[in-house]
Design a protein around this ligand. Sequence first.
Ligand SMILES: [Zn+2]
Length: 284
Amino acid sequence: MTLETYSVRQGRDILAPAANVMMPAAAALYDGLRGSSTPPLTIAFTQLWKLNTWDGPAREYAWKLATQTVYCGTFARNGDGDGVRLPCSLCQTGAIDSAFHRVHECRLTQVAWKWARRVLGVLGVGPQDYGADRTGAFMLYGATPFVMPYPVIDEVRVVRARRVVSVLRGTFFTAHRRIASGRAFAPGLDEDERAAAAAAARTTLPVETLARQMRHEMQREMLLDYIHGGGDFQRSFGFGAAPESVRPRDHIEFKQAWGQLFTKYNDAAHTIQDGLPRIYPEPD
Ligand SMILES: [Zn+2]
């Protein structure tokens, strides 16, 4: 059993029995987030668990955000029975933390979305190609160019949109989970302590933090894709026997997927020079 299949099965076994409770909350969030061409919720859920290379914790975090069961300080069902509403610990807006806030309106997410659009722009993939016109819809529900109603996308651009969109979303959840959990307030704190923690948090976290961590994770995924495309990866890790890897099968597919985002591979150092857009400090 590979890590990939293990985490999918494990996640489903844990979470499926509670799906009937979660679905109304998931549907409500979906109605608030979706854009004009967001894929159906069923497809979006499938994309959370399959067709990606996200690690187990990132998949589970995405699922919890989609079903509004992540601990945001706003949901009584998570044990916050006193109804305390906490502000987001990441941005300086004082907005109440929630799944909607985290994937859509948080300032750090907005900066990350701005950078993600620049990444797609380097590939020549525009909003009309990846089927998402809103931040939260893109990050949480993804893009399905293959089910889009109009046949305007050539094959190479579809490959790029699918792989890079998938990696962008995975890096968002990986990075966001890391930042948010590192700054989550312990439920045991009283209100004054929470306020103090929130104030301290607000003064120390640049809004580019999430985008920077996503960029770092993307460099790593690009390198893994490159190594995977070389064949040694499958042979070494037994991925050849996995049901279906969503990483590029060879270096031709790798270049189709990553396009101008890849510059060159350094054989001696086993590192990649990437063409990912830089992240500049945001004006206040
Ligand atoms: Zn925020």
